[in-house]
Design a protein around this ligand. Structure first.
Ligand code: ATP
Ligand code: MG
Ligand code: FE
Length: 342
């Protein structure tokens, strides 16, 4: 069974092709990503109109390239999955409209898929089926959540989430404060390797005894970095980056391990763009090993936005026998994580 996945929720146009094998395993056949990130860099964030236009230009050529790579024809497709939310309305609509057109033209079922479980599904392309239940730490540009995943296709429950900024958003804002380019994750990760993570003790949000144990807060950390920078004459960028990164990785891994332990869950998946962070995965590995939790982190290319993860989630929906979407499927910019398919 061949699944075409289409992703256009933010600034990456992603086209993935996955084969669902008869034993339920997935084979990744193509993963094309066209990013408009450079067009947004000078604005320090994604400009929705620019992103929509870029998706419109990139989508069909990306589909053509993906089928060339997979050595398949469009007529080989058995089902289509498309991100219908959450994300930017105009950007989502480009992918949803294209997916509906392909679905109608090819006469194959269409699945409106949630981008957030998609990030978790990315891991199954690399490490195989997820045991149930597992705990997902979803850390991306717009979301930071702890999820109990009983079934990737049908049952996801939010255990905790950020009450303000997402982890990726904190990276992007702190990069701006430090004069590093957008998006901030990769340059901070790089600078931090040269810096001392113990140089400055930045606050760990919501870690007091009366705080919600599984929720996160990163806006105080961002403000603390801004204040530190304002009140010091020299700016040791590498040390500030390393100390900031340590605070983020510390609080994310501590809370995720605590949740897995207290909920009795033996497997943790870290996914989303920030899962590409070298310190986060290293610290998660250390702490999960200590706690006896099996850790799964997809490779960086599968952590950031891509179409393969949507094709993977589509394959899980097909395998689980979930009903396809109606042809009036539309974009759902605020889609909650618990609604895996629309
Ligand atoms: P969402 O998935 O919540 O809708 P999004 O799709 O925009 O948001 P992703 O593409 O999953 O987010 O992730 C992008 C974020 O990941 C950006 O904030 C970026 O700075 C961050 N990021 C990417 N690489 C790294 C890294 N190596 N270290 C830390 N953060 C990173
Ligand atoms: Mg992006
Ligand atoms: Fe994403």
């Amino acid at each position: 069974t061949i699944i075409l996945g289409i992703e256009s929720s933010c600034d990456e146009t992603g086209i993935g092709i996955v084969r669902l094998e008869s034993d339920g395993s997935l084979t990744l056949l193509a993963d094309e990503v066209a990013s408009s990130v450079e067009q947004h860099a000078r604005f320090g964030g994604v400009v929705p109109e620019v992103a929509s236009r870029a998706h419109l230009e990139a989508l069909v050529p990306s589909v053509t390239r993906a089928f060339a790579t997979a050595e398949l024809e469009l007529s080989d497709v058995d089902a289509i999955a498309v991100t219908c939310g959450p994300g930017l309305a105009g950007a989502l609509l480009v992918g949803v409209s294209a997916a509906k057109a392909y679905s109608a033209a090819l006469g194959v079922p269409l699945y409106g898929a949630n981008h957030l479980p998609g990030h978790v599904a990315a891991d199954t392309l690399e490490h195989g089926p997820l045991p149930a239940p597992c705990l997902a730490l979803l850390v991306s540009g717009g979301h930071t959540q702890l999820l109990r995943v009983d079934d990737l296709a049908t049952k996801i429950t939010e255990v905790g989430s950020t009450i303000d900024d997402a982890a990726g958003e904190a990276y992007d804002k702190v990069a701006r404060i430090l004069g590093l380019p957008y998006p901030g994750g990769p340059p901070i990760d790089k600078a931090a390797r040269r810096g001392n993570p113990d140089a400055i003790r930045f606050p760990r949000g919501l870690t007091g005894p009366r705080d919600a144990p599984y929720d996160f807060s990163f806006s105080g950390l961002k403000t603390a970095v801004a204040r530190w920078v304002e009140t010091h004459d020299d700016l040791p960028v590498d040390d500030v980056a390393a100390s900031f990164q340590e605070a983020v990785a510390d609080v994310l891994t501590a809370k995720a391990v605590r949740a897995a332990t207290e909920l009795g869950i033996g497997t943790m998946v870290v996914s989303g763009g920030v899962a590409a962070n070298s310190r986060l995965s290293a610290l998660a590995r250390e702490r999960c090993a200590e706690a006896g939790i099996e850790l799964r982190v997809p490779k960086p290319r599968l952590c950031t936005d891509n179409g393969a993860m949507i094709a993977a989630l589509g394959a899980h929906l097909v395998a689980a026998g979930v009903s396809p979407s109606a042809l009036d499927l539309s974009a759902s910019p605020g889609l909650p994580v618990s609604i895996v398919s629309v």
